[in-house]
Write a protein that binds this ligand. Structure first.
Ligand code: PLP
Length: 371
């Protein structure tokens, strides 16, 4: 890791073993015959699109993304699996590319159905008809679902139709049943169509039934080893859910400071030492993707021992308390999140979710895969 090209000690280390473990966990949760389209949008939640796709391709049934450049890259790299485009096509001209690349598309507006009706495509497209059942983001109204489905069935440009909806509350008490009830109420025969419903939280909550999860599920965050519930729900932490962190962000102590009582730390002096203390300076800051909102509160590991960040996170560095880690010195290893310290905990301290931390990992951080 202290290579000549990257002498700065920060590195993001990725575990293929953890990834395969999490995929196996997801597979154990789908209903009989159920499929998994691994969600690898946003550069696989910051983990690296192709690195992740390569490692999970043998164990999943397809991929779900939304960037056309990413879909093209996957095809160029030889991936033959279904690729579901989660936001569909943005204008009708894209349909030619979707057809050429063999991409499945979400259809979430009625004008997209009309675009398919007049499209002349070399190969028909697999369509995921997205129904708005209460998320109120994308999707045609539930009352129009059956009609839209019937119309799509008549179109030459359409090869297959899967009915899709997205859950807003799978991770909270409201759950998923209310959305599914709306769908069935508006379209009682909907279970006769292929279905695509569950995200990570819905899969982890269960129950493992086709009518609750769909024939095709779309887990994202759980594959990367984080909990959709974050760290605050003790029964549903990543550890409790048997998920392993794929990304570990590591660095090292690059300086030690001995403070007298009353001395302050960092920009604005937001931390004041109440007694003489030793602090460590870590080569990691917000320009590496560490959340600045975690200033003064996030947990951090030094020499494998848990301590806390002190004062403001700056662009390239952060400070941490070494009072109870007397053996810590320049060069001591630091874990910002990952193995031994859940990203969910750091995200909680920063008032956000691990999804955001992963996606924000900066390009200047070198990446290595260890297994
Ligand atoms: C991102 C996304 C998912 C995956 O959600 P996770 O909470 O990461 O499992 C599933 N479906 C859609 C439509 C998404 O946009």
């Amino acid at each position: 890791m202290n290579s000549r090209a990257h002498p700065r000690p920060i590195v993001a280390e990725f575990s293929g073993k953890a990834l395969r473990h999490n995929v196996k966990r997801a597979k154990a949760l789908v209903s009989t015959g159920g499929k998994i389209y691994a969600v690898i949008k946003a550069d696989a939640y910051g983990h690296g699109l192709v690195d992740i796709a390569q490692r999970i391709a043998p164990d999943v049934d397809g991929f779900a993304i939304l960037e056309l450049s990413a879909a093209r890259l996957l095809r160029e790299q030889g991936f033959k699996q279904p690729i579901l485009m989660l936001e569909g096509f943005f204008n009708p001209e894209e349909l030619q590319v979707f057809s050429q690349l063999g991409l499945s598309t979400v259809v979430h507006r009625s004008d997209q159905i009309e675009a398919l009706a007049i499209a002349r495509l070399a190969e028909p497209i697999d369509v995921f008809l997205k129904i708005n059942t209460g998320m109120n983001r994308l999707g045609i109204p539930a009352v129009e679902a059956a009609t839209a489905y019937q119309r799509l069935k008549t179109l030459d440009a359409v090869r297959s139709i899967t009915v899709m909806t997205h859950f807003a509350d799978a991770d909270i008490d409201r759950g998923t049943a209310w959305q599914l009830e709306r769908l069935v109420k508006a379209w009682p025969e909907v279970h006769g169509a292929p279905l695509c419903f569950a995200n990570s939280a819905a899969l982890l909550v269960g129950p493992c039934e086709r009518t609750r999860l769909g024939d095709i599920t779309r887990p994202g965050i759980m594959l990367y080893g984080s909990s959709p519930w974050g760290a605050s729900d003790a029964a549903r932490t990543a550890i409790a859910l048997d998920l392993l962190p794929v990304m570990t962000l590591k660095s090292a102590i690059i300086a030690i400071q001995h403070l007298k009582a009353g001395e302050r730390v960092g920009y604005g002096g937001t931390f004041v030492a109440e007694r003489p203390m030793t602090i460590g300076i870590v080569a990691c800051g917000y320009a590496d993707g560490y959340p600045r909102h975690a200033s003064g509160k996030a947990p951090i590991l030094v020499n494998g021992t848990r301590t806390q960040v002190l004062g403001r996170i700056s662009m390239d560095m952060l400070c941490c308390d070494l009072s109870d880690i007397p053996d810590a010195d320049v060069g001591s290893p630091v874990t910002l999140w990952g193995d031994g310290l859940s990203a969910d905990e750091v995200a909680d301290a920063a008032g956000t979710i691990a999804y955001e931390l992963f996606c924000a990992l900066a390009s200047r951080v070198p990446r290595i895969w260890k297994d």
